[in-house]
Structure formats: C-alpha cells, structure tokens
Write a protein that binds this ligand. Sequence first.
Ligand SMILES: [Zn+2]
Length: 400
Amino acid sequence: MSKRLHIKKEVLRAVYFNDSLSCAEISERIEKSIPTTMSILSELMKDEIIEEAGYAQSSGGRRPITYSAKADAFYIVSVAMDQLITKIAILNFKNEIVSKVFEYDLVLSQNEQALKNLTEYIKESIKKSAVSTNKILGIGIGMPGFVDIKKGINYSYIPSGHETIASYIYRNLNIPVYIENDSTLIALYEQKFGTTVGDHNAMVVNINWGIGLGMIIEGQIYRGYNGFAGEFSHIPFFNNKKICYCGKYGCLETEASLQVLVEKVNDKLRAGTIPSSLELLTQRNEEENVAKIAEAAMNGDKLVLETISEIGYDLGRASAILIHIFNPEKIVFSGRGALFGDLWLPSVLQGINENSIPRLAEATKVVVSKIGANAELLGAAALVLENGTKVLTNNTIFEH
Ligand SMILES: [Zn+2]
C-alpha cells in the first residue's frame, strides 16, 4: 500500500472511532503534520467520505471546524454468532445499524454445513438491506470457540475444509472477511466505544453462556501466542467434581455463567425453600430464560438476587486472580450478563476484597458495562475498520 493510502486509512479510522474531530486532533492522533492531514481531509471530502461537522467547543480563540464520517460513504456487515443463534446487521460509516438485525437459528455444534449456511445468511441479509455490495467495506464476524485469526480457522466450530473461513466467504461473496473470537470482540467494543475508552490496561469479562475474557494490555488487545488467550472459563477453580464441556473438572464456568444461573435458579425453584415470583424456566431458548430472570431481578426477587450474589462472589474471587497477575486499572463486566447491571457489584466486590491484596485491589476500578444487546455487532464493525485493507475513493472501493 502506498504511504499516502496508509495515512488516508489512519484518517478514516480516526473519524470513524470518534463522533467528530478537528484537523489538529486528527493530526495528533495519526502523528502527521497539519498540512498533510488537511490535504488528506480535503481529498476525503471531495470523495464524499467525510464531511464538515460544525465548529468544535472552544475555551477561547477561534473555534476550529470539525470533521466526521459521512454516514452513507460505506457500509459494514457485522455478524455476531453464538452456539445457537447468528445475528447479522448492516452498519453505516457512522456506526449505526441501518438494517434490521437479522436473526438465524444456526446450531454450531457438530454442524458440517455451518459455513455454507452462514454464507447464505450473510448474502440474504445484504440483499434484504438493499445496500449496494460495492459500498461494503468488509464483513466482521465474531464467533465462539478457539479462533486462530492468523490462519482464519475456528478449531471448535464451523469446519472450513482446506480453505479458511474468510477465503470461503470471500470466494462466494467477493467481500473481505475478518473473524475474531466473541470475547475479544466485546473487548474491542469496550475499547473503542464503551467503558474502557482511553484505558491502557483493562480486563473485559464477558459474562455469557461461559465466561470469556478480553485483555487490553498497554492499549492493545492481547491475543496470546496463537490467539487463544483469555479462556477464563476454563481455569481450574472449584473442587466440585463437575465435568466441564471442555472435558476437565471444576472449571470456572461449572459454577459461574448464565447457563449456570438458569440451572441454579431452577434448582432453587424446585427445592421451593425461597419464595419467588418465577415459575420453573423451561424455555428451550436460554436467552428467554435469562430475560425472565433479569426481569425478576429488577423487581427484587429474593431467590434470583441470592443466586446472582453466589455467582457474582465467584466471579469476584476469579477477578482477584486477574488483579494479582495484571494489575489492571479497570475490570469491566460485559457481554450478555451486563443485562443485570450493578446487581453484580456488591458480591463481585466482596469476592475481590476478601481474596486480594488491598494495595492491588484498590487500584482497580470495577464496573459493569452499559453495553446494549448489539455490542458484539458494533465490535465486529470495529474489527473491519481495524484490519481492513480496502480504501474508498470516489465512492468506489479499491483494494491495495
Ligand atoms: Zn472447562
């Protein structure tokens, strides 16, 4: 890629990840001179990729003009997969979802057809959104399992034969594809748009059907030697003789996950010793079960609150490990479980405080993300911007 195109991409990223920035702010972020930045900005405006966005707030002196991304300059296809459901949405350059969020039942476990199905669903979603394919910058996909982003392979799900997942989809749709582990995407979302913007060292715990972990170390997402870092769910943590799906005993997720939350609530409902507004949770769709539990929690249901405290305490104990090893400035509880909001905090903090050295623990802020249901989709879009090698000029996409 030519040097100028490289700078252009840096400018595009800067305006994409911020609502609006002045030329001076962009020049500082991309570490290029103001004249160079200004000349790139002019080109991007001529190409109708960015636009002027009014004057900046100023504490005195002349207020500078700011620039922001032009919403319809290009689009990104975001895909958020879990073991059962795949969500697909089209986002514009202002990071707004402009299509419906399409939902597909796609069971990943032992599904030889998963990749073929996924490709068809993406194709169908693009078609329904009516966005022109030549305006699509890329497809970002977050998926569970052991994802090797360098090789483009998922070792747990979505078998791709002799090709990579990315090359299979590219061959069929002719749009570049970037894949990532779901918890890393949640961390990317928090880093770019959420609770850890500007933090250099933060741990993002993804409370989901398991417990994922995205690590922001020295401002970068840390992926480990071959991309598998952050398998928090499978640290050996309990002497409970419970076998985990990974085949080992006593992993963190055998006592602490949303799956376990549903099981524990049901066990207590069956035992009938604590009054509750809930009836036995029998939905096949675990998402609906969790939604019911969350509603009861917000209404102060004693049985549910007690169960959240038990799991929260164990998450706190496990977080003590993160605090001792990484000394993070922040631990963020994010992902689907953030639905319970600050209800996690008292027990999580108790678990941390009882199990960590105060000097370390007091340096770490603990927060629950204000994440919405679509965070992974936004993270998937950020993934495309982070890694994309395409650059737009004159409303056409050229690859360099
Ligand atoms: Zn395990």
